[in-house]
Design a binder for this molecule. Sequence first.
Ligand code: AMP
Ligand code: GLY
Length: 423
Amino acid sequence: MNILVLGSGGREHAIAHKISQSSKVDNLYVAPGNAGTSDIATNLEVGVNDFDTIKEITLSKQIDLVVVGPEDPLVNGIHDFFLNDSELRNVAVIGPQKAAATLEGSKEFAKEFMIRHQIPTAAYQSFTAENLNDGYTFLETLQPPYVLKADGLAAGKGVLILHNLEQAKNELKSMLLDSKFGAASATVVIEEFLDGIELSCFVLTDGTNYKVLPTAKDYKRIGEGDTGLNTGGMGAISPVPFADADFMHKIEEQVVKPTVDGLKKDELPYVGFIFIGLIKVGDQPKVIEYNVRMGDPETEVVMPRIKSDLVEVLKAMADGTLNEVNLEIDERTATTVMAVSGGYPEAYEKGKKITGIEDIQNSLVFHAGTKSVNGEVVTNGGRVMAVTSFGDDFGKALELSYQNMEKLHFDGIYYRKDLGFDL
Ligand code: AMP
Ligand code: GLY
Protein backbone atom coordinates (compact mmCIF):
# COMPACT_ATOMS: atom_id res chain seq x y z
CA MET A 1 0.00 0.00 0.00
CA ASN A 2 1.00 3.60 -0.53
CA ILE A 3 0.25 5.72 2.51
CA LEU A 4 0.19 9.48 3.07
CA VAL A 5 0.36 11.01 6.55
CA LEU A 6 -0.72 14.66 6.82
CA GLY A 7 1.03 16.88 9.38
CA SER A 8 4.46 17.95 10.53
CA GLY A 9 4.76 17.34 14.27
CA GLY A 10 5.90 14.72 16.73
CA ARG A 11 2.51 13.06 16.44
CA GLU A 12 2.95 12.56 12.71
CA HIS A 13 6.54 11.34 13.12
CA ALA A 14 5.34 8.77 15.68
CA ILE A 15 2.49 7.62 13.42
CA ALA A 16 4.79 7.43 10.38
CA HIS A 17 7.39 5.53 12.43
CA LYS A 18 4.80 2.91 13.41
CA ILE A 19 3.49 2.65 9.84
CA SER A 20 7.04 2.28 8.48
CA GLN A 21 7.44 -0.94 10.51
CA SER A 22 4.65 -2.64 8.58
CA SER A 23 5.41 -5.06 5.77
CA LYS A 24 2.21 -3.87 4.11
CA VAL A 25 3.69 -0.49 3.13
CA ASP A 26 5.22 0.05 -0.28
CA ASN A 27 5.69 3.82 -0.17
CA LEU A 28 5.21 6.14 2.77
CA TYR A 29 4.81 9.91 2.34
CA VAL A 30 4.43 12.68 4.90
CA ALA A 31 3.15 16.14 3.99
CA PRO A 32 4.71 18.44 4.91
CA GLY A 33 6.67 16.41 7.48
CA ASN A 34 9.91 17.38 9.24
CA ALA A 35 13.58 16.34 9.37
CA GLY A 36 12.65 13.22 11.34
CA THR A 37 9.98 11.98 8.96
CA SER A 38 12.34 12.44 6.01
CA ASP A 39 14.52 9.64 7.45
CA ILE A 40 11.70 7.09 7.26
CA ALA A 41 9.42 8.45 4.54
CA THR A 42 9.36 10.88 1.62
CA ASN A 43 8.36 14.38 2.64
CA LEU A 44 6.14 16.30 0.25
CA GLU A 45 5.99 20.06 0.54
CA VAL A 46 2.22 20.46 0.76
CA GLY A 47 0.17 22.19 3.44
CA VAL A 48 -2.43 20.14 5.31
CA ASN A 49 -5.26 22.45 4.22
CA ASP A 50 -4.24 22.63 0.56
CA PHE A 51 -6.83 20.09 -0.58
CA ASP A 52 -6.29 20.62 -4.33
CA THR A 53 -2.57 19.84 -4.10
CA ILE A 54 -3.29 16.93 -1.76
CA LYS A 55 -5.56 15.59 -4.50
CA GLU A 56 -2.77 15.94 -7.07
CA ILE A 57 -0.24 14.04 -4.97
CA THR A 58 -2.80 11.40 -3.97
CA LEU A 59 -3.35 10.64 -7.65
CA SER A 60 0.25 10.97 -8.83
CA LYS A 61 1.67 8.86 -5.97
CA GLN A 62 -1.25 6.40 -6.15
CA ILE A 63 -2.04 6.75 -2.47
CA ASP A 64 -4.34 4.08 -1.02
CA LEU A 65 -4.73 5.45 2.48
CA VAL A 66 -4.44 8.92 4.05
CA VAL A 67 -3.93 9.40 7.79
CA VAL A 68 -4.90 12.90 8.89
CA GLY A 69 -2.79 14.04 11.88
CA PRO A 70 -4.14 17.45 12.97
CA GLU A 71 -7.74 18.61 13.48
CA ASP A 72 -7.73 21.54 11.08
CA PRO A 73 -8.13 19.66 7.78
CA LEU A 74 -10.77 17.42 9.40
CA VAL A 75 -12.82 20.36 10.63
CA ASN A 76 -12.36 21.85 7.14
CA GLY A 77 -13.83 18.68 5.63
CA ILE A 78 -10.92 16.82 4.04
CA HIS A 79 -12.66 13.47 4.38
CA ASP A 80 -15.80 14.87 2.70
CA PHE A 81 -13.58 16.35 -0.03
CA PHE A 82 -12.28 12.85 -0.82
CA LEU A 83 -15.75 11.28 -0.74
CA ASN A 84 -17.21 13.95 -3.02
CA ASP A 85 -14.51 13.55 -5.66
CA SER A 86 -14.99 10.72 -8.16
CA GLU A 87 -11.22 10.21 -8.50
CA LEU A 88 -10.58 10.14 -4.73
CA ARG A 89 -13.67 8.35 -3.48
CA ASN A 90 -11.95 4.99 -3.14
CA VAL A 91 -8.96 6.29 -1.21
CA ALA A 92 -9.31 5.43 2.48
CA VAL A 93 -9.16 8.41 4.85
CA ILE A 94 -8.46 7.98 8.56
CA GLY A 95 -10.21 10.87 10.29
CA PRO A 96 -13.90 11.72 10.65
CA GLN A 97 -16.02 13.62 8.17
CA LYS A 98 -16.70 17.28 8.84
CA ALA A 99 -20.02 16.76 10.67
CA ALA A 100 -18.41 14.53 13.32
CA ALA A 101 -15.25 16.69 13.45
CA THR A 102 -17.56 19.35 14.92
CA LEU A 103 -17.10 17.45 18.19
CA GLU A 104 -13.75 19.22 18.35
CA GLY A 105 -14.70 22.27 16.27
CA SER A 106 -17.53 23.36 18.57
CA LYS A 107 -17.59 22.93 22.36
CA GLU A 108 -21.34 23.62 22.37
CA PHE A 109 -21.94 20.84 19.84
CA ALA A 110 -19.81 18.48 21.95
CA LYS A 111 -21.72 19.36 25.13
CA GLU A 112 -25.09 18.83 23.42
CA PHE A 113 -23.83 15.46 22.13
CA MET A 114 -22.77 14.39 25.63
CA ILE A 115 -26.05 15.45 27.21
CA ARG A 116 -28.08 13.73 24.45
CA HIS A 117 -26.22 10.46 25.01
CA GLN A 118 -25.97 10.68 28.82
CA ILE A 119 -22.19 10.86 28.81
CA PRO A 120 -20.92 12.23 32.13
CA THR A 121 -19.65 15.81 31.81
CA ALA A 122 -19.70 19.12 33.69
CA ALA A 123 -23.03 21.02 33.89
CA TYR A 124 -23.02 23.96 31.46
CA GLN A 125 -24.88 26.68 29.60
CA SER A 126 -23.85 28.54 26.47
CA PHE A 127 -24.17 32.22 25.65
CA THR A 128 -23.81 34.69 22.77
CA ALA A 129 -23.58 38.51 22.67
CA GLU A 130 -27.40 38.69 22.63
CA ASN A 131 -27.76 37.08 26.05
CA LEU A 132 -24.64 38.36 27.79
CA ASN A 133 -26.74 39.41 30.78
CA ASP A 134 -28.03 35.86 31.19
CA GLY A 135 -24.38 34.80 31.19
CA TYR A 136 -23.67 37.15 34.10
CA THR A 137 -26.69 35.75 35.96
CA PHE A 138 -25.53 32.17 35.34
CA LEU A 139 -22.03 32.98 36.62
CA GLU A 140 -23.63 34.34 39.82
CA THR A 141 -25.24 30.94 40.44
CA LEU A 142 -21.85 29.13 40.25
CA GLN A 143 -19.09 28.73 42.79
CA PRO A 144 -15.55 29.77 41.76
CA PRO A 145 -13.41 28.87 39.93
CA TYR A 146 -15.32 29.73 36.76
CA VAL A 147 -14.66 27.87 33.51
CA LEU A 148 -15.22 29.84 30.28
CA LYS A 149 -14.70 28.13 26.92
CA ALA A 150 -14.67 29.71 23.48
CA ASP A 151 -16.96 27.53 21.37
CA GLY A 152 -14.67 27.27 18.33
CA LEU A 153 -11.06 26.28 17.64
CA ALA A 154 -8.71 28.72 19.36
CA ALA A 155 -5.34 26.95 19.04
CA GLY A 156 -5.72 25.44 22.52
CA LYS A 157 -6.01 28.86 24.15
CA GLY A 158 -9.79 29.22 24.30
CA VAL A 159 -10.37 27.95 27.85
CA LEU A 160 -10.15 30.38 30.77
CA ILE A 161 -10.30 29.37 34.42
CA LEU A 162 -10.97 32.34 36.69
CA HIS A 163 -11.05 32.59 40.43
CA ASN A 164 -13.09 35.73 40.84
CA LEU A 165 -16.61 36.61 39.71
CA GLU A 166 -15.83 40.12 38.44
CA GLN A 167 -12.91 38.79 36.39
CA ALA A 168 -15.12 36.03 34.97
CA LYS A 169 -17.78 38.58 33.95
CA ASN A 170 -15.15 40.80 32.32
CA GLU A 171 -13.65 37.91 30.39
CA LEU A 172 -17.09 36.74 29.27
CA LYS A 173 -17.77 40.24 27.97
CA SER A 174 -14.43 40.44 26.18
CA MET A 175 -14.96 37.02 24.57
CA LEU A 176 -18.51 37.82 23.40
CA LEU A 177 -18.34 41.55 22.63
CA ASP A 178 -14.66 42.16 21.80
CA SER A 179 -14.00 38.86 20.00
CA LYS A 180 -11.17 37.98 22.38
CA PHE A 181 -10.66 34.70 20.46
CA GLY A 182 -12.01 36.00 17.16
CA ALA A 183 -15.01 34.19 15.72
CA ALA A 184 -14.22 31.22 18.01
CA SER A 185 -15.64 33.12 21.00
CA ALA A 186 -18.88 34.34 19.36
CA THR A 187 -20.42 31.60 21.51
CA VAL A 188 -19.06 30.85 24.99
CA VAL A 189 -19.72 27.72 27.03
CA ILE A 190 -19.66 28.32 30.79
CA GLU A 191 -19.31 25.16 32.80
CA GLU A 192 -19.05 23.77 36.28
CA PHE A 193 -15.45 23.43 37.49
CA LEU A 194 -14.40 19.81 37.90
CA ASP A 195 -11.93 19.15 40.67
CA GLY A 196 -9.79 16.10 39.94
CA ILE A 197 -6.90 14.67 37.97
CA GLU A 198 -6.80 14.68 34.17
CA LEU A 199 -6.09 11.87 31.76
CA SER A 200 -6.72 11.14 28.12
CA CYS A 201 -8.31 8.07 26.61
CA PHE A 202 -7.78 7.23 22.94
CA VAL A 203 -10.17 5.17 20.89
CA LEU A 204 -10.06 3.78 17.36
CA THR A 205 -13.36 3.38 15.57
CA ASP A 206 -14.68 2.31 12.19
CA GLY A 207 -18.02 3.94 13.04
CA THR A 208 -19.51 0.80 14.60
CA ASN A 209 -16.73 -1.13 16.33
CA TYR A 210 -14.07 0.34 18.54
CA LYS A 211 -10.77 -0.48 20.24
CA VAL A 212 -9.50 1.35 23.29
CA LEU A 213 -5.86 2.41 22.98
CA PRO A 214 -3.60 3.00 25.99
CA THR A 215 -4.39 5.97 28.24
CA ALA A 216 -1.94 8.84 28.59
CA LYS A 217 -1.41 11.94 30.64
CA ASP A 218 0.25 15.00 29.22
CA TYR A 219 1.92 17.95 30.92
CA LYS A 220 0.57 21.14 29.42
CA ARG A 221 2.24 23.92 31.41
CA ILE A 222 5.67 25.26 30.53
CA GLY A 223 6.93 25.43 34.12
CA GLU A 224 7.80 22.75 36.65
CA GLY A 225 5.08 21.96 39.16
CA ASP A 226 2.51 22.71 36.43
CA THR A 227 3.07 26.45 36.52
CA GLY A 228 3.24 29.17 33.87
CA LEU A 229 1.69 29.33 30.43
CA ASN A 230 -0.05 26.53 28.59
CA THR A 231 1.86 24.83 25.80
CA GLY A 232 1.00 22.19 23.22
CA GLY A 233 2.39 19.66 25.72
CA MET A 234 5.77 19.22 27.43
CA GLY A 235 5.73 15.47 27.82
CA ALA A 236 3.50 12.48 28.43
CA ILE A 237 3.24 9.19 30.30
CA SER A 238 1.36 6.03 29.26
CA PRO A 239 -0.38 4.25 30.89
CA VAL A 240 -1.74 6.58 33.55
CA PRO A 241 -1.04 4.71 36.82
CA PHE A 242 -4.27 5.79 38.53
CA ALA A 243 -6.44 4.45 35.68
CA ASP A 244 -6.84 0.92 37.10
CA ALA A 245 -9.00 -1.82 35.58
CA ASP A 246 -12.05 -0.72 37.54
CA PHE A 247 -11.77 2.88 36.37
CA MET A 248 -11.07 1.78 32.78
CA HIS A 249 -14.23 -0.32 32.90
CA LYS A 250 -16.21 2.79 33.89
CA ILE A 251 -14.63 4.78 31.06
CA GLU A 252 -15.52 2.09 28.55
CA GLU A 253 -19.13 1.62 29.73
CA GLN A 254 -20.02 5.23 30.57
CA VAL A 255 -18.02 7.11 27.95
CA VAL A 256 -16.57 5.05 25.09
CA LYS A 257 -19.62 2.90 24.26
CA PRO A 258 -22.18 5.73 24.43
CA THR A 259 -19.83 7.92 22.34
CA VAL A 260 -19.45 5.38 19.53
CA ASP A 261 -23.16 4.44 19.70
CA GLY A 262 -24.10 8.12 19.82
CA LEU A 263 -22.12 8.88 16.66
CA LYS A 264 -23.99 6.10 14.89
CA LYS A 265 -27.41 7.15 16.20
CA ASP A 266 -26.77 10.77 15.21
CA GLU A 267 -25.61 9.63 11.75
CA LEU A 268 -22.17 11.13 12.18
CA PRO A 269 -19.84 8.90 10.12
CA TYR A 270 -16.57 8.39 11.97
CA VAL A 271 -13.53 6.43 10.87
CA GLY A 272 -10.62 7.57 12.94
CA PHE A 273 -9.13 8.32 16.31
CA ILE A 274 -11.24 9.73 19.14
CA PHE A 275 -9.29 11.55 21.83
CA ILE A 276 -11.38 11.85 24.97
CA GLY A 277 -10.14 14.35 27.55
CA LEU A 278 -11.26 13.25 31.00
CA ILE A 279 -11.11 14.39 34.60
CA LYS A 280 -11.31 11.77 37.33
CA VAL A 281 -13.60 13.29 39.94
CA GLY A 282 -13.56 10.99 42.96
CA ASP A 283 -13.95 7.63 41.22
CA GLN A 284 -15.96 8.96 38.31
CA PRO A 285 -14.75 9.81 34.81
CA LYS A 286 -16.15 13.05 33.39
CA VAL A 287 -15.52 14.22 29.85
CA ILE A 288 -14.04 17.68 29.42
CA GLU A 289 -13.50 17.54 25.69
CA TYR A 290 -13.41 15.50 22.53
CA ASN A 291 -10.67 15.83 19.95
CA VAL A 292 -11.06 14.11 16.61
CA ARG A 293 -7.39 13.17 16.25
CA MET A 294 -4.57 11.81 18.37
CA GLY A 295 -2.92 14.02 21.00
CA ASP A 296 0.54 15.46 20.70
CA PRO A 297 2.74 14.47 22.63
CA GLU A 298 0.43 11.61 23.75
CA THR A 299 0.92 9.88 20.38
CA GLU A 300 4.65 9.70 21.10
CA VAL A 301 3.89 7.35 24.02
CA VAL A 302 0.75 5.60 22.72
CA MET A 303 2.03 4.58 19.24
CA PRO A 304 5.23 2.88 20.47
CA ARG A 305 3.11 0.75 22.83
CA ILE A 306 1.06 -0.71 19.97
CA LYS A 307 2.56 -4.09 19.10
CA SER A 308 0.12 -4.95 16.31
CA ASP A 309 0.73 -3.97 12.70
CA LEU A 310 -0.75 -0.45 12.54
CA VAL A 311 -1.44 -0.63 8.82
CA GLU A 312 -3.62 -3.71 9.31
CA VAL A 313 -5.49 -1.85 12.03
CA LEU A 314 -5.95 1.28 9.90
CA LYS A 315 -7.11 -0.81 6.96
CA ALA A 316 -9.67 -2.58 9.18
CA MET A 317 -10.94 0.82 10.36
CA ALA A 318 -11.45 1.93 6.77
CA ASP A 319 -13.11 -1.39 5.85
CA GLY A 320 -15.44 -1.45 8.85
CA THR A 321 -13.89 -4.66 10.19
CA LEU A 322 -12.18 -3.37 13.31
CA ASN A 323 -13.97 -6.10 15.31
CA GLU A 324 -11.82 -8.68 13.49
CA VAL A 325 -8.54 -7.13 14.58
CA ASN A 326 -6.60 -8.16 17.65
CA LEU A 327 -4.90 -5.11 19.14
CA GLU A 328 -1.78 -6.04 21.10
CA ILE A 329 -0.33 -3.54 23.54
CA ASP A 330 3.10 -3.46 25.19
CA GLU A 331 2.59 -3.72 28.96
CA ARG A 332 5.56 -1.53 29.77
CA THR A 333 5.27 2.18 30.54
CA ALA A 334 6.34 4.70 27.93
CA THR A 335 7.31 8.28 28.72
CA THR A 336 8.21 11.15 26.45
CA VAL A 337 9.97 14.40 27.28
CA MET A 338 9.65 17.35 24.91
CA ALA A 339 12.56 19.69 24.24
CA VAL A 340 11.35 23.17 23.31
CA SER A 341 12.89 26.40 22.01
CA GLY A 342 13.91 29.04 24.57
CA GLY A 343 11.04 31.51 24.99
CA TYR A 344 8.27 29.09 23.93
CA PRO A 345 5.24 29.32 24.24
CA GLU A 346 5.89 33.02 23.69
CA ALA A 347 8.32 34.38 21.09
CA TYR A 348 11.26 32.12 20.19
CA GLU A 349 13.87 31.86 17.47
CA LYS A 350 14.11 29.17 14.83
CA GLY A 351 17.01 27.78 12.82
CA LYS A 352 19.21 26.63 15.73
CA LYS A 353 21.47 23.71 14.88
CA ILE A 354 20.59 20.51 16.77
CA THR A 355 23.38 18.11 17.74
CA GLY A 356 23.65 14.87 19.67
CA ILE A 357 20.67 13.07 18.13
CA GLU A 358 22.91 10.17 17.02
CA ASP A 359 24.23 9.74 20.60
CA ILE A 360 20.80 8.85 21.94
CA GLN A 361 20.59 5.18 22.87
CA ASN A 362 17.69 2.89 23.78
CA SER A 363 15.12 5.67 23.30
CA LEU A 364 13.08 6.80 20.31
CA VAL A 365 13.49 10.34 19.02
CA PHE A 366 10.44 11.96 17.46
CA HIS A 367 10.96 15.27 15.72
CA ALA A 368 8.29 17.92 16.37
CA GLY A 369 9.56 21.22 14.97
CA THR A 370 12.67 20.53 12.89
CA LYS A 371 13.86 20.78 9.33
CA SER A 372 16.94 19.78 7.35
CA VAL A 373 19.09 22.58 5.99
CA ASN A 374 22.21 21.61 4.00
CA GLY A 375 22.39 18.25 5.73
CA GLU A 376 22.01 19.71 9.23
CA VAL A 377 18.96 19.39 11.44
CA VAL A 378 17.78 22.76 12.76
CA THR A 379 14.92 23.90 15.00
CA ASN A 380 11.79 24.96 13.18
CA GLY A 381 9.14 25.37 15.88
CA GLY A 382 8.40 25.90 19.56
CA ARG A 383 8.26 22.21 20.36
CA VAL A 384 11.37 20.71 18.79
CA MET A 385 11.95 17.08 19.68
CA ALA A 386 10.50 14.37 21.93
CA VAL A 387 12.53 11.57 23.51
CA THR A 388 10.44 8.48 24.24
CA SER A 389 11.59 5.63 26.48
CA PHE A 390 10.19 2.42 27.91
CA GLY A 391 10.48 1.21 31.49
CA ASP A 392 8.87 -1.14 33.98
CA ASP A 393 7.32 1.92 35.58
CA PHE A 394 7.16 5.59 34.68
CA GLY A 395 10.07 6.46 36.98
CA LYS A 396 12.45 4.12 35.16
CA ALA A 397 11.19 5.18 31.74
CA LEU A 398 11.64 8.84 32.63
CA GLU A 399 15.16 8.23 33.91
CA LEU A 400 16.14 6.94 30.47
CA SER A 401 14.37 9.79 28.66
CA TYR A 402 16.24 12.32 30.82
CA GLN A 403 19.62 10.56 30.42
CA ASN A 404 19.23 10.78 26.67
CA MET A 405 17.86 14.30 26.74
CA GLU A 406 21.17 15.45 28.25
CA LYS A 407 22.89 14.41 25.02
CA LEU A 408 20.72 16.66 22.90
CA HIS A 409 21.88 20.23 22.30
CA PHE A 410 20.64 23.38 20.63
CA ASP A 411 20.86 27.02 21.56
CA GLY A 412 18.11 27.78 24.10
CA ILE A 413 16.99 24.17 24.70
CA TYR A 414 14.51 23.78 27.57
CA TYR A 415 12.58 20.83 28.94
CA ARG A 416 10.71 20.06 32.14
CA LYS A 417 12.64 17.86 34.56
CA ASP A 418 9.72 17.06 36.87
CA LEU A 419 7.35 14.98 34.75
CA GLY A 420 5.36 12.52 36.84
CA PHE A 421 5.73 14.73 39.94
CA ASP A 422 1.98 14.50 40.58
CA LEU A 423 1.59 10.73 40.23
P1 AMP B 1 -10.12 21.86 27.01
O1 AMP B 1 -9.60 22.67 25.85
O2 AMP B 1 -11.60 21.74 27.06
O3 AMP B 1 -9.38 20.56 27.17
O4 AMP B 1 -9.69 22.65 28.31
C1 AMP B 1 -8.35 23.00 28.56
C2 AMP B 1 -8.00 22.68 29.99
O5 AMP B 1 -8.86 23.38 30.87
C3 AMP B 1 -8.20 21.22 30.32
O6 AMP B 1 -7.10 20.46 29.98
C4 AMP B 1 -8.43 21.28 31.82
O7 AMP B 1 -7.19 21.37 32.49
C5 AMP B 1 -9.17 22.57 32.00
N1 AMP B 1 -10.61 22.38 32.08
C6 AMP B 1 -11.48 22.34 31.04
N2 AMP B 1 -12.74 22.18 31.49
C7 AMP B 1 -12.67 22.10 32.84
C8 AMP B 1 -13.64 21.94 33.87
N3 AMP B 1 -14.93 21.85 33.63
N4 AMP B 1 -13.18 21.90 35.14
C9 AMP B 1 -11.87 22.02 35.41
N5 AMP B 1 -10.92 22.19 34.50
C10 AMP B 1 -11.31 22.23 33.21
N1 GLY C 1 -1.65 17.31 24.08
C1 GLY C 1 -2.95 17.83 23.92
C2 GLY C 1 -3.45 17.84 22.55
O1 GLY C 1 -2.91 17.25 21.64
O2 GLY C 1 -4.50 18.47 22.35
